[in-house]
Design a protein around this ligand. Structure first.
Ligand code: ADP
Ligand code: NI
Length: 199
């Protein structure tokens, strides 16, 4: 990456740090940074796609999430991109990438570009494994739900994600995280059962 691009990435990190500073749940700036790191890892293995689009789309992928912001037409992402002299065509491709990553906005539709495939895999990796477990119970706590409700979310969504990965690298990375969730659930039910018998 060119030197100039590195500065843009650093500024994007600062931008999302400000944007998410009031959120303590699963959607904070750290989530976006992890998605960015996952995306770089996948890009390096796959050797495919436009690195600038992947990087900026990963960092900005939740910047206009309707659960957190009331913006329209990727306004938060566009504000950053317009302020950084990125050309119009590239801005459109970054916004398209961001929009095809979201699970809820694209029911059933799979991403078609390699950039969107990579960023979606990167986002899904952060929903599974140890981090995924932590985020799920944080979400449940934030919504004042019992542990059993978060455990149900594994069966409704998280355990299905490994078979929905787009890239070979995504599939490979998801496998290990998936196995850890299965082990976690096995122990969870095992401990819950022991407590029931003793209590
Ligand atoms: P993203 O927009 O980053 O793809 P979501 O908005 O779907 O992620 O979810 C954010 C986090 O909250 C995820 O880690 C997910 O597991 C968790 N989460 C979402 N829905 C539920 C739920 N019903 N119960 C427990 N956790 C949930
Ligand atoms: Ni996300």
């Amino acid at each position: 990456m060119k030197k100039m691009d590195k500065i843009i990435i650093e500024e994007a990190k600062d931008y999302i740090g400000d944007l998410f500073k009031n959120d303590s749940g699963g959607h904070d700036a750290d989530h976006s940074l992890r998605v960015y790191n996952n995306a770089l890892k996948i890009f390096n293995e796959e050797g495919n796609g436009d690195l600038e689009i992947i990087s900026l789309a990963a960092l900005l992928h939740d910047s206009d999430d309707h659960k957190l912001f009331e913006t329209k037409d990727n306004a938060n992402a566009r504000r950053f991109l317009n302020d950084h002299d990125i050309d119009e065509e590239k801005i459109e491709r970054i916004c398209e990438t961001i929009n095809s990553v979201s699970f809820s906005q694209n029911r059933g539709r799979r991403p078609v570009t390699i950039e969107a495939m990579i960023v979606q895999d990167a986002d899904r990796l952060d929903a599974i494994g140890a981090i995924g477990i932590a985020r799920t119970f944080a979400f449940g706590g934030e919504h004042k739900r019992p542990l059993s409700s978060s455990v149900q979310h594994f069966y409704d969504k998280l355990l299905l994600l490994k078979d929905e990965m787009n890239t070979q690298t995504g599939k490979k990375l998801a496998q290990d995280r998936h196995m850890f969730m299965e082990e976690f659930l096995r122990r969870y039910f095992n401990e819950a059962e022991l407590n029931e018998n003793n209590g």
